[in-house]
Design a protein around this ligand. Structure first.
Ligand code: KG4
Ligand code: ZN
Length: 362
């Protein structure tokens, strides 16, 4: 099956051609037009600008995706598109374009949930080594922090979530205050690495050594855990963000010099440990499940290493896409669409976009 997929839920327009044979996924093309430079001026995504940029990019990107894959519309079996959740104006661009193309070329149309799309990035391997349901999935991005029980490739149950900010959003907001350009996740990751090395004097094994360091114990960086301690698998990243803003204000008011690397290390450690502890609890609750981790924040080097440790300790497998497939892209939408097609989930010409998630809470 050859799928042409579209993704336009936020600030990346993406079009991809993916071939699926015998449960193996081959990404023939995965074109991504990022709007990051445009939104960087404003320190975050401006929805109306995002919609307009999708409109400008999507036609040419479709020609490019087909040409790179070496196929034409007549080779395509199915058209797939992210229909929810996301910025509504941005989603509408992809949905409308995909609907028109499917109608013009008489192809079936498959709607995809963006979160399920992120999880499906783990399926994009050519050797068929993918997580098998039931498994636990973490989707951590700029807009979402959710832990899901994946009962089948199309049936997800939310078992944990953030009650306020998403983890990526919190990195972006705090990163902006300490001078890291939008989106701050990658810069934060690198600055934290510097901080861990500074705190421990170790180039390797610094994360494990960090909690024994003076910098970790120092009363200068008091930051709370975003893992809620109410027996749930939920988070509050807004609590961590507020504590960080107060701390940064205090440094400013007392004219004390802030060590940006040490601050980034402490912030990252608190965020990563919270995710690790909630995922460990989820894996203990579901003893036969492996773990998949995806979304933009799955690119975080400290999170990747820490979750490898957690799964190894529990004797489970960890599936994380390569960094190039962690962020928003249409290849992951094609992977999710394949399973929607298998389950008979298609859309007709009345398909609309929706800003909300299709995954329900347990
Ligand atoms: O999945 P994604 O591309 O878009 C959304 O669906 O939101 O995720 C973008 C988020 C941003 O908040 C960005 O700062 C974060 O992923 N991110 C990272 C890293 N790389 C990207 N966060 C932490 N560490 C990283 N290395
Ligand atoms: Zn995303």
């Amino acid at each position: 099956m050859l799928i042409l997929a579209f993704e336009s839920s936020c600030d990346e327009t993406s079009v991809s051609v993916v071939e699926i044979t015998g449960g193996c996924f081959t990404v023939k093309s995965n074109m991504i037009a990022s709007q990051i430079e445009t939104h960087r001026l404003y320190g975050g995504v401006v929805p109306e600008i995002a919609s307009r940029a999708h409109i400008e990019a999507i036609s040419q990107l479709t020609y490019d995706a087909l040409e790179t894959a070496g196929v034409t519309m007549s080779d395509i079996d199915t058209v797939a598109v992210t229909a929810n959740p996301g910025l509504i104006g941005a989603l509408l661009v992809g949905v409308n374009f995909a609907k028109a193309l499917a109608a013009a070329y008489v192809k079936p149309l498959i709607p995809v949930d963006h979160i399920k799309g992120h999880v499906a990035a783990c399926y994009l391997t050519e050797n068929g080594d993918v997580p098998k349901p039931p498994f636990i999935a973490l989707a951590a991005s700029g807009g979402h922090t959710g832990i899901y029980l994946v009962r089948s490739y199309t049936e997800f149950t939310e078992i944990g979530t953030t009650r306020d900010d998403a983890i990526g959003e919190s990195f972006d907001k705090i990163g902006r205050i300490i001078g890291i350009p939008y989106p701050a996740g990658r810069g934060f990751d690198e600055l934290a690495r510097e901080g861990f090395i500074l705190a421990t004097g170790k180039e390797e094994g610094f994360y494990q050594a960090y909690p024994k360091s003076d910098a970790y114990r120092s009363p200068d960086y008091p930051l709370p855990s975003p893992a809620l301690r109410d027996g749930s698998l939920d988070f509050s990243f807004s609590g961590l963000k507020t504590a960080a803003i107060n701390l940064l204000n205090k440094f400013e008011m007392t004219k004390r010099e802030l060590s940006r690397p040490l601050f980034a290390a402490k912030y990252t450690y608190m965020a990563v440990e919270a995710v690790a502890s909630q995922l460990e609890a989820a894996l203990l609750k579901y003893p036969s499940c492996d773990l998949s981790v995806s979304g933009g924040v799955a690119a975080n080097s400290h999170l990747r290493a820490r979750l490898a440790e957690v799964t190894k300790k529990l004797g489970r497998r960890l599936f994380i896409p390569p960094i190039s497939l962690c962020g928003d892209n249409a290849a992951m939408i094609a992977a999710a669409a394949y399973y929607n097609a298998e389950a008979g989930i298609f859309a007709d010409s009345s398909l609309n976009a929706s800003a909300s998630d299709s995954i329900t809470r347990q």
